[in-house]
Write a protein that binds this ligand. Structure first.
Ligand SMILES: C[S@@+](CC[C@H](N)C(=O)[O-])C[C@H]1O[C@@H](n2cnc3c(N)ncnc32)[C@H](O)[C@@H]1O
Length: 178
């Protein structure tokens, strides 16, 4: 039998993920990185390798990085979790990112000048797409996704895909109903 010890230090009352780290995308059951940091410190772990086989949004990596661990591996059954963790912990040149954003915007603005253009784009094969999106929203998302897909650098492309994923959810009928 183990004795149960209540340590209020681990309540983390009033703290949330976003109180210490930028919240790039909603993810369910996110661990507070502060918990991982305290546990690693308590165990005197400040180097070595970290494996999180259920990495979710990557909170354990934030804890590891904060405590000095440089080599980290993770996997998750959910591709969104893999994208989220990858984007959070991949270094990208700010100049390259800003340049890509400029090209992306310019191309998109040019494209929407002719409203027939959208009809030339391949449509995503989604069953019951009309249940989730209005025609106008589906058209706009199709155009944005087309220009994201044209980004050559895979790290920058992933960086753009993350807010796109949040946007898709936010502008679906599902989000407007709840
Ligand atoms: C509670 S979340 C992990 C939270 C993570 N530590 C964080 O802070 O975001 C549990 C994760 O386990 C993943 N998962 C569930 N079953 C799995 C499996 N069989 N293989 C890999 N990942 C799995 C889920 O997709 C989910 O992202």
């Amino acid at each position: 039998m183990y004795k149960v010890i209540r340590n209020t230090k681990y309540d983390y009352i009033g703290q949330s993920y976003s109180s210490s780290y930028p919240n790039l995308h909603k993810y369910p059951a996110t661990m507070l990185p502060q918990i991982g940091i305290d546990v690693l410190k308590e165990l005197n772990i400040s180097d070595g390798r970290l494996l999180d086989p259920y990495c979710g949004s990557g909170s354990s990596f934030a804890s590891g990085l904060e405590c000095g661990i440089k080599e980290m591996y993770g996997c998750d059954i959910n591709p969104l979790a893999v994208l989220l963790s990858r984007v959070k912990f991949t270094k990208i040149s700010t100049d390259k990112l800003l340049e890509t954003r400029k090209v992306f915007r310019d191309n998109l603005y040019d494209f929407i000048k002719n409203e027939c253009n959208v009809e030339t784009l391949p449509r995503p094969q989604i069953t019951n797409i009309d249940f989730w999106f209005s025609k106008e929203v589906a058209d706009n998302l199709t155009m944005i996704k087309y220009f994201i897909d044209n980004i050559k650098d895979s790290d920058i492309k992933s960086f753009f895909l993350l807010p796109f994923s949040e946007t898709v959810r936010e502008c679906s009928y599902y989000s407007r109903k709840i």
